[in-house]
Design a protein around this ligand. Structure first.
Ligand SMILES: Cc1cc2nc3c(=O)[nH]c(=O)nc-3n(C[C@H](O)[C@H](O)[C@H](O)COP(=O)(O)OP(=O)(O)OC[C@H]3O[C@@H](n4cnc5c(N)ncnc54)[C@H](O)[C@@H]3O)c2cc1C
Length: 354
C-alpha cells in the first residue's frame, strides 16, 4: 500500500537503489541519496539524460524540444537555480516576451523571473549527471530501457530491452511519467499502479524551424523579441532558440509548442504535417504579407506524456515493498515540481522529514 511512513529505516550505505529515468526528478533523487553514501544506479532509455528537458542538436542549431524556460518559487529550488547559475549551466531568459492574437502583438509581462539552460536546456541535467561522477557508488546507464521488475527473496531485479539483467536492489525508484511507470509496477504494487492510472497525461507537439536568415522586423515589435505567447487554437508558445544565452552564433531557429487541446486532437498526425500546421499558425499571427526567410529545416517531436491533466496532491509515493514514484506529475507539471519531487523522495528514503 502507498504509504507516507518511512519504509527505509534500515537503509544503510550498503543499500542499493535503482532509479529508472534520468530526467530532472530521477537525477535530483539520485543526488540526494548519493550525497549520503547510498549506492545508486540510474537507468534511462534515451541516449542522454534530460527527459522532457532534452534538446535536439542539428548541424547548425540547438533546439529545446520540451521545457523552454522555468520559474523558481520554492526557496529550496531558488537556491538550486542560483547554484546552477554559478556553475554556468543556467541563465535568466527570456526578458523580451510578447503575446499575440488576431488583434496584434503586445509586450507580455507576468512578473515572473524565468531561467533557461546554457547553452541548451539539457545542460542542466547533463551537469547533474556529471556531478554524480565524484561519487564512486553512483552510476548512470543510458540507452537502457527497463522493461520489467522482479521481486526476489534478496531484492529487486530489473530487466532491460536488450536482455540485460540488473540488480539486486533494495529499493526501486521510478521517475518515468505515470503511464510508463504503471507498465513496470502493475504486477507488483496495485496501489501505486492505481495512483498512476489516476494521473492521465496530455500530449504535446513541439515543432522546430531553422531559417537561413533572421526573421524580418515586425511593426511595433523589438527585433530582439525572445518568446511569443500565442492566442491561437493550435499554437501556444514560440521561442527563438538563438536568443538563448550561449547560442548567439546560431542561425534563427524557432521552437513552436502546440496547445494541449490541439495536440490531443492531432496526436496521431505525422510530424511533417504537425510541423507545417504549427509554422502556418505562427505565420497567421504575423502582419499580412510578412515574408519568412528560407527554411533550412522543419520538424516536430511528439510528446505523448507532456504533462498531467491534474497534479497529484502528494510530492511522491512509496510502498512498503520498496517501490517508489517521483516526477513532476506528483506535484504539478513544471521543472521546479520535478526537482522538488525527486529531492523530497530522496530525503524521505533517507528517513528525513520533508
Ligand atoms: C513541450 C513541453 C514544454 C514544457 N514547458 C515547460 C515550461 O515552460 N516550464 C516548466 O517549468 N516546465 C515545462 N515543461 C515540463 C518539464 O519539462 C517537466 O516538468 C520535467 O522535465 C519533468 O521531469 P521528470 O524527471 O519528472 O520527467 P521526465 O523528464 O519525463 O523524465 C523521465 C525519464 O524517464 C525515462 N524513462 C521512461 N521510461 C523508462 C524506462 N522504461 N526505462 C528507462 N528510462 C525510462 C525517460 O527517457 C525520461 O528521461 C514542459 C514539458 C514539455 C513536454
Amino acid at each position: 500500500m502507498a504509504s507516507l511512513a518511512n519504509p527505509l529505516s534500515t537503509l544503510t550505505t550498503a543499500s542499493r537503489v535503482a532509479i529508472i529515468g534520468a530526467g530532472l526528478s530521477g537525477l535530483a533523487c539520485a543526488h540526494r541519496l548519493a550525497q549520503h553514501g547510498v549506492h545508486v544506479q540510474l537507468f534511462d532509455k534515451a541516449r542522454g539524460p534530460g527527459g522532457r528537458m532534452s534538446s535536439k542538436q542539428r548541424s547548425s542549431a540547438t533546439l529545446d524540444l520540451g521545457a523552454q524556460a522555468f520559474t523558481a518559487r520554492d526557496a529550496r529550488f531558488v537556491r538550486k537555480a542560483t547554484e546552477w547559475q554559478a556553475a554556468g549551466c543556467v541563465a535568466k531568459w527570456p526578458v523580451h516576451s510578447y503575446q499575440a492574437s488576431a488583434s496584434g502583438w503586445q509586450t507580455h509581462h507576468d512578473g515572473q523571473v524565468r531561467y533557461c539552460g546554457v547553452p541548451r536546456m539539457s545542460a542542466i541535467t547533463r551537469h547533474l549527471a556529471d556531478s554524480l561522477s565524484p561519487y564512486p557508488h553512483a552510476s548512470l546507464l543510458l540507452e537502457t530501457p527497463i522493461t520489467s521488475l522482479e521481486e526476489t527473496a534478496s531484492g529487486w531485479q530489473l530487466r532491460d530491452a536488450h536482455g540485460g539483467q540488473h540488480g539486486l536492489f533494495d529499493r526501486v525508484v521510478i521517475s518515468a511519467p505515470p503511464p510508463q511507470a504503471q507498465a513496470l509496477l502493475a504486477d507488483w504494487e496495485p496501489m501505486l499502479s492505481a495512483a498512476c492510472e489516476a494521473q492521465p497525461q496530455r500530449g504535446c507537439w513541439a515543432a522546430w524551424a531553422i531559417f537561413e536568415s533572421t526573421l524580418p522586423t515586425l511593426p511595433h515589435v523589438d527585433d530582439d523579441w525572445q518568446t511569443l505567447h500565442a492566442q491561437h487554437p493550435a499554437l501556444r508558445l514560440v521561442s527563438r532558440n538563438h536568443t538563448k544565452p550561449g547560442r548567439e552564433a546560431q542561425p534563427e531557429s524557432l521552437s513552436l509548442l502546440a496547445q494541449l487541446d490541439w495536440s490531443d486532437a492531432h496526436i496521431e498526425q505525422t510530424p511533417e504535417v504537425a510541423a507545417r500546421q504549427l509554422l502556418d499558425a505562427f505565420v497567421s499571427l504575423l502582419p499580412s504579407g510578412t515574408k519568412l526567410p528560407a527554411l533550412l529545416e522543419l520538424g516536430a517531436h511528439r510528446w505523448r506524456y507532456a504533462q498531467p491533466v491534474t497534479a497529484s496532491s502528494e510530492s511522491f509515493l512509496y510502498s512498503e515493498r520498496g517501490l517508489s514514484l517521483c516526477g513532476d506529475s506528483f506535484r504539478g507539471s513544471r521543472v521546479e515540481d520535478a526537482w522538488l519531487s525527486g529531492d523530497e523522495l530522496g530525503e524521505a528514503l533517507l528517513g528525513r522529514s520533508v
